[in-house]
Design a protein around this ligand. Structure first.
Ligand code: GLU
Length: 447
């Protein structure tokens, strides 16, 4: 079976040259499916894997816009519609200079399994542009979003493909894109999620990803009879995901000692709590993409320029910045510091080599496609709210979110045990996510 899986990985590498992030997720997911394929030869016969690794559709487009100096700028936009076996394509849009086809495909592929794990009817998609929002004026952001949507609108729709936010795309960008879509299509629908509350957004969506991550971490610890109370936690990032994570960790009695940005990390010995959590929002809104001002404002904090927080001693590590922020050297430091739990908030924050090292050293890992699924799950609830022309209360949303996260953990743990991996949530999440999609693909014929 290992040989066959190798062949599929080779096909993906040959067909998508120069896209290491995409190769990385293919390798990570497919190798964990070996025992499933062994037990289900019908999947091989039906070409499930060959079909799964090839996006159903991908569009690349020009995004021209005019900056504040009157100069013409051109970016490249993307949308991958990866798999629609269990529902319309669903997944965020990322605006960052690092966005290219390999990043979009890796995110889209991960999204298939993540969305499946939620148990909700959403397929996998993702998109974005190589646009850097750092330092852009509000008017520039609006012009860019409008131009981006002027092409994207023809590929999406509330029953076809429902984008949302990701890095660099928050409520403001969603608002501009929603306005432009509505103008172009003359339809008021739930075509985007993560909208503002006054125009169809879901109360609780903003914090959903972070809250969900903490619920997932709580379940991981509970498996070993532990709680988050008084645990020290090293968090990376300072954006929306990190913010929700830090807020919920505080609520559950844990102490957050770090946050980070592209400029370095902040170590706060008194903990990131109270007004400091609100200050994270100010940092984000500044548009400067740096965390150093935190250490200038709060005496208990120290700033470490150009460094990541993985060298600090903590009970639990929660990366919430971006992909591949934990390399093998970081993993080694974490193990030296007695790390026992890693719960991934960002998408694919750990390299495959680091994952293997952590696993071999008995670190319990909550993989991102399970742990951060609370965001997209609440996006699907937002779709339901819009389609039903109704409004849900935050209490209704939080309750569903918590149940969904408990269920994702349970599915991953059970699938892992069933296929001989003991308590390996990385493998279990891949397997549980895959099985639902594979069954749906089997039922729908060769499409
Ligand atoms: N970008 C988020 C993710 O990685 C959310 C996607 C969504 O809400 O559609 O899952």
């Amino acid at each position: 079976m290992a040989k066959l899986v190798e062949q599929y990985i080779d096909i993906a590498k040959k067909r998508n040259p120069g896209e290491p992030e995409f190769h990385q997720t293919i390798e990570e997911v497919l190798t964990s499916l070996e025992p499933v394929l062994e037990a289900n030869p019908q999947y091989i016969e039906a070409g499930i894997l060959e079909r799964l690794i090839e996006p159903e559709r991908m569009v690349t487009f020009r995004v021209p816009w005019v900056d504040d100096e009157g100069k013409v700028q051109v970016n490249r936009g993307f949308r991958v519609q990866f798999n629609s076996a269990i529902g319309p394509y669903k997944g965020g849009l990322r605006f960052a200079p690092s966005v290219y086809s390999g990043v979009v495909k890796f995110l889209g592929f991960e999204q298939i399994f993540k969305n499946s794990l939620t148990g909700l009817p959403i397929g996998g998609g993702k998109g974005g542009a190589d646009f850097d929002p750092t330092g852009k004026s509000d008017a520039e952001i609006m012009r860019f979003c409008q131009s981006f949507m002027t092409e994207l609108y023809r590929h999406i729709g509330p029953e076809t493909d429902i984008p949302a936010g990701d890095l660099g795309v928050g409520a403001r960008e969603i608002g501009y894109m929603f306005g432009q879509y509505k103008r172009l299509v003359n339809e008021y629908s739930g075509v985007l999620t993560g909208k503002g509350i006054p125009y169809g957004g879901l109360q609780g969506r903003t914090e959903a990803t972070g809250y969900g991550i903490v619920f997932f971490a709580r379940e991981m610890l509970a498996h070993f009879g532990e709680t988050l109370e008084n645990k020290t936690v090293a968090v990376s990032g300072f954006g929306n995901v990190a913010w929700g994570t830090v807020a919920k960790l505080n609520e559950l009695g844990a102490k957050v000692i770090t946050i980070s940005g592209p400029d370095g990390y902040v170590y706060d010995e008194d903990g990131v709590s109270g007004e400091k959590i609100d200050y994270m929002l100010e940092l984000r809104a500044s548009g400067k993409n740096i965390v150093e001002p935190y250490a200038k404002k709060f005496k208990s904090a120290k700033f470490f320029k150009g460094e990541k927080p993985w060298g600090v001693k903590a009970d639990l590590y929660i990366p919430c910045a971006t992909q591949n922020e934990i390399h093998i050297e970081d993993a080694k430091k974490m193990v030296e510091n007695g790390c026992r739990y890693l719960c991934e908030g960002a998408n694919m924050p750990t390299t495959n080599e680091a994952l293997q090292f952590l696993h071999d050293n008995k670190v319990v890992i909550g993989p991102s496609k399970a742990a951060n699924a609370g965001g997209v799950a609440c996006s699907c609830i937002e779709m339901g709210q819009n389609a039903g022309h109704t409004v849900f209360t935050p209490a209704q949303v939080y309750e569903q979110l918590e149940q969904i996260m408990i269920n994702i953990h349970k599915q991953a743990a059970e699938a892992s045990a069933k296929y001989g991996y003991d308590y390996d949530l990385v493998k279990g999440a891949n397997i549980a996510g895959f099985l639902r999609v594979a069954e749906a693909m089997m039922a729908q014929g060769i499409v």
